[in-house]
Design a binder for this molecule. Structure first.
Ligand SMILES: [Fe+2]
Ligand SMILES: [Fe+2]
Length: 185
């Protein structure tokens, strides 16, 4: 029978991570949490965007994000690991900042520049996460999993590049925004 301390420890402390495979699973669960949070957040970003290409870009990335979550689910199930059960705190924070931008009283062109700034932070976080798990998978000899994660990594990176391209035209508009109707969408 466990001592009182052992029971408390079991309840409040996560299990000890003893090897790279376990850390890999933990990292995948963290990314799964990040992706599922984004599935809820991206429609709000799309709704808040003023420029049509930006709006459409968010919508397109929402479809990709749903696929990213499915890929992680398949990988975790294949590893016989729990899919949920972890919360990505970093993504919670990034989304909170994105929501603050959505709620900002700003001219539409300026808000678009702010939405791009928030979205690129998200993409860079994902790029870091997927780069790590892809490397882990390669080290573990999991070639198929590494390829799947590499596919997602490429899509995150492409999204980041598209956001940079969008910023090039939209940030200029934010330099001299219209005094138009802020509610116009
Ligand atoms: Fe993603
Ligand atoms: Fe993404």
């Amino acid at each position: 029978m466990p001592t009182v301390f052992e029971s408390i420890k079991h309840t409040f402390m996560p299990a000890k991570i003893t090897n790279l495979t376990e850390l890999f699973v933990e990292q995948l669960q963290d990314l799964y949490s990040a992706e599922t949070q984004l599935i809820d957040a991206l429609p709000l970003m799309a709704k808040a965007a003023y420029a049509k290409p930006l709006k459409d870009g968010f919508k397109m990335h929402l479809a990709q994000t749903k696929e990213h979550a499915k890929r992680l689910e398949r990988i975790l199930k294949g590893l016989k690991a729990e899919v949920g059960g972890k919360t990505c705190r970093a993504m919670q924070g990034l989304i909170k900042e994105g929501n603050e931008m959505i709620g900002e009283d700003a001219l539409p062109e300026v808000k678009d520049a702010g939405l791009i700034a928030a979205a690129q932070r998200v993409e860079h976080y994902e790029i870091a996460g997927y780069g790590t798990v892809k490397t882990f998978a390669t080290l573990m000899g999991e070639r198929e999993i590494a390829a799947t994660l590499g596919k997602t990594l490429k899509e995150e990176s492409d999204t980041d590049k598209k956001l940079t391209a969008a910023a090039k035209t939209l940030n200029i508009k934010a330099l001299m925004p219209s005094k138009g109707d802020k509610a116009k969408k």
